[in-house]
Design a protein around this ligand. Structure first.
Ligand code: MN
Length: 296
């Protein structure tokens, strides 16, 4: 068993722009090496937005050196960026954006959803890039729910395999998530109904984070954890167990090979050195940050 290193409760939620009311479950500035290759996870619990004609979200802002992964659980989120990518993701869809050398994007509630109003529930994960890929070309992967393997584990838990490989489905065959990644990264969305449990087959040496988004779970038959919180497991060991403790529960499992490289970050830039951060700021100020402008 991978032992529990610590459990951290999320602080009170805060607004990102005027569209995303999120709990920050972890942030690299706190302890970059422990979370590596993951940098941040924000979770927006279900929240009703009344109909509006005012755009709601976050306007143009840059990113460099990492990837932003947006999961829509309820509602619709629209994205457009300086590479000319544009997309709307809805329930169960994922947008995996590689900022790498530099991207400027906007994130909004989709105009249709904003006009009609409704419940928004979402998460945004930041995944770090290996030093050698930080200045690679940006990339945009729109991953629809239908492309994401939905695996039933013995005992009935459902696992959406967004990235990486999941072993532990009823069929016994491994399932591969559609997201292309730069380093070994697993992202599994685990849905446990009341009374269900799942035994996870994990890698020794990997970072393992259980982000408890909804409900309450028992971890390793030892510790109850209520949402919103993140459980940090030790690198040693190859197994862990999640069990719904009460009603239904949702856990985002983040399981990846640590990058073991220095992390220097400032706002929307995450690089390896302070000089690279200064360079990013200078490039942004000079208008040389992105490789091309959107034609729109
Ligand atoms: Mn962003």
């Amino acid at each position: 068993m991978k032992k529990i290193l610590r459990i951290q409760r999320a602080p009170a939620p805060h607004w990102v722009g005027n569209g995303f009311h999120v709990n920050s479950l972890f942030f690299y500035a706190q302890d970059a090496q422990t979370f590596s290759p993951f940098l941040m996870l924000d979770y927006g619990a279900p929240r009703v937005f009344p109909p509006s004609t005012e755009p709601r979200g976050v306007g143009q802002h840059p990113h460099r050196g990492f990837e932003t992964v947006t999961v829509a659980y309820q509602g619709e989120i629209e994205h457009h960026d300086s590479e000319g990518n544009r997309g709307v993701i809805g329930p169960g869809d994922v947008q995996w954006m590689t900022a790498a050398s530099g991207i400027i994007h906007e994130e909004w509630l989709s105009p249709a959803f904003n006009a009609k109003g409704g419940t928004l529930e979402m998460a945004q994960l930041w995944v770090n890039l290996p030093a050698k890929d930080k200045m690679a070309a940006p990339r945009y992967q729109e991953i629809l729910k239908a492309q994401i393997p939905s695996v039933t584990a013995p005992g009935g838990a459902r696992v959406q395999v967004i990235a990486g490989e999941f072993n532990g489905g009823e069929s016994g065959a491994p399932s591969r998530g559609p997201a292309m990644t730069f380093s070994p990264v697993n992202v599994w969305d685990v849905q446990l109904n009341a009374g269900q449990a799942i035994d996870l087959d994990l890698h020794a040496g990997y970072t393992t984070l259980f982000a408890v988004l909804k409900g309450k779970v028992n971890v390793n038959t030892s510790q109850d954890v209520a949402s919103p919180a993140v459980v940090v497991l030790e690198r040693d060991g190859t197994a862990a167990r999640l069990e719904a403790a009460g009603g239904d529960a949702t856990v985002l499992v983040l399981h990846g090979e640590p990058l073991d490289e220095p992390v220097a970050g400032y706002g929307p830039f995450v690089m390896n050195t302070r000089d690279e951060i200064m360079q990013a700021m200078q490039d942004f100020q000079r208008g040389t940050f992105i490789r091309q402008r959107a034609t729109a």
